[in-house]
Ligand binder design. Structure first.
Ligand code: ZN
Ligand code: MN
Length: 146
């Protein structure tokens, strides 16, 4: 188990959250496979180790971790939500062909919130940004298919 996982578990325990083996596995999966899985993907990955785990268990744990601000739920229209372990502010590049979602960091966009607030009078407290295109693998595939 990585140090980040251990630290996150200690923080949750300090808040009085019980760490069941399933809860720990879900948290560990989110932190160590930083690929923005859906609840179903988490279930598929962990089900063989936990015979009594259900998709509902995964959802309940994700809901709790979301409430505790440990994970973020990323919703995209009608598609299944993806879950992201909350690290520092970052943005996402999404492949239109295979759905791969990669983090990138781009400081300076905080100013947008300030500008939006003064332009609209809203009290802005968050923003998100996605850019769309083809990932390197899909670019290569497309190139060889021609
Ligand atoms: Zn792709
Ligand atoms: Mn992310």
């Amino acid at each position: 188990m990585s140090t980040i996982v251990q630290q996150e578990i200690l923080k949750l325990q300090a808040k009085g959250i019980r760490i069941t083996p399933q809860r720990q596995a879900i948290l560990q999966f989110l932190i160590e496979n930083h690929r923005h899985p859906t609840a179903d993907e988490i279930y598929q990955a962990l089900a063989e180790n936990f015979s009594n785990m259900s998709v509902a268990t995964v959802y309940n744990n994700l809901r709790l971790l979301k409430k505790l601000n440990v994970v973020k739920e990323l919703t995209y229209g009608d598609h299944a939500s993806r879950f992201d372990y909350v690290t520092s502010d970052h943005y996402h590049a999404i492949c239109k062909n295979c759905g791969l979602m990669v983090d990138f960091y781009y400081p300076g966009l905080e100013d947008v919130q300030q500008a939006a607030a003064s332009l609209t009078g809203f009290a802005i407290d968050e923003h998100r940004l996605e850019v769309y295109g083809l990932c390197p693998d899909c670019q290569k595939k497309m190139a060889t298919e021609k």
